[in-house]
Design a protein around this ligand. Sequence first.
Ligand SMILES: O=C(O)CCC(=O)C(=O)O
Length: 423
Amino acid sequence: MALSYALHTFSTLVSTSITDNRLTVIVSEYHQPPPASDQAFEPGINSLCGLVVLFLFSHLGRTAAAVYERDNIYSRLIRVNCLSNYIVVMLNLTNVSDKNVKVGSTLLLIQRHRTITEEYQYDQNISEYKYSVSDLILTKQQRDFYEINGYLVVPKLIPDYLLDRCCNRFIELCHGKAPQNQITMMKDISRMKTGDQGEYLYGKAQDILWDEEFYEYARYPKMLDYVESFIGPNVMGMHSMFINKQPDIGTNSSRHPVHQDLHYFPFRPANLIVAAWTACVPITVNNGCLYVLPGTHTGDLYPHTYPEPKDGEINKLYHELKTNNNNDDPKKVFLEMEKGDTVFFHPLLIHGSGINKTQGFRKAISVHYASSNCNYIDVSGTTQDNIKNEVIDIMAKKGITDVDYTFIWKHHSRLIRGVRANL
Ligand SMILES: O=C(O)CCC(=O)C(=O)O
């Protein structure tokens, strides 16, 4: 059926709205007789008038809907799909007075509500998507941008109240007022020497997925819709942290040197892994925003090691790309973000963050998601050997010996959506 005709079929689209996972569509005045050339359409009735209200639940792209009928139209939902910038709703219409009389199938195209700004430029025509699996929630512009650049900023994705709860939980943890359970509290190397306490001492809370406050962030449905678009429906949280970048005391320890996250991960394929990183406060170049090198996700995983001491003090496990001459790279893009803005990025994307030159705390929260269809790999003898051995040594110092690297990952990870497969 020609789309133009399909659009014609419902002559008036009264309104559409999307809240969370619910799409409400109100259409009225179904009255167009079908064109004679359309063989698929068996009219039965020449003119129908009425009002159809659809409530589509769950995730767009999957069929799950309740259809409300009014007047003389009985409508049954056949399919809902996302196509480029449109939501496509396919209905089967029947005369309500005689449900056996088939009126016909109808395609309804609804311009997608743009929750995302349209400012992203994309100047390449992508014929085959490699770094994302579906357009469940992504517009074409967003998907193309991620494919080309390896990252995507979604403005205001996470609500303030949720981030405030995470910030409060971090402060409670800093003061021993919340159960630590699986969480590791990481101290800033420079602040350890000054005898600071609380928020001034702790730079990070790691492995936070089993804390119910932080978990609300990790499982936020709209964020998972984005994650699912990148890696598919079986979503595991593999690595998680709340990052508190303290004011730098002149040692540069607040920087995060340039690196690729895949260096840390003993699972593949890389394309089924994505990071989500959300600003909990306004983040600028001045307080040490993230920077990225667009397009580097299409390259290899490079060797990493600790930076030179001359570059300043460095926190534990903060490895740097060995061939680090990227600091003055003209392609470097600084991601200044508002509270709630979220950047998704590929694990091969080269990135880092700057020094906090302000007197405030730069706070962010992040989860690395992977498809549970990924597989663990043995990184022995690869460029990842050094990080594996270092993590195993840290565990041994805590009294946990005879465990392999994958055990540690299995222990901290959590299934968040879909089913658990290999990880
Ligand atoms: O939050 C930051 O400053 C850096 C985070 C980062 O680079 C990472 O988690 O890979």
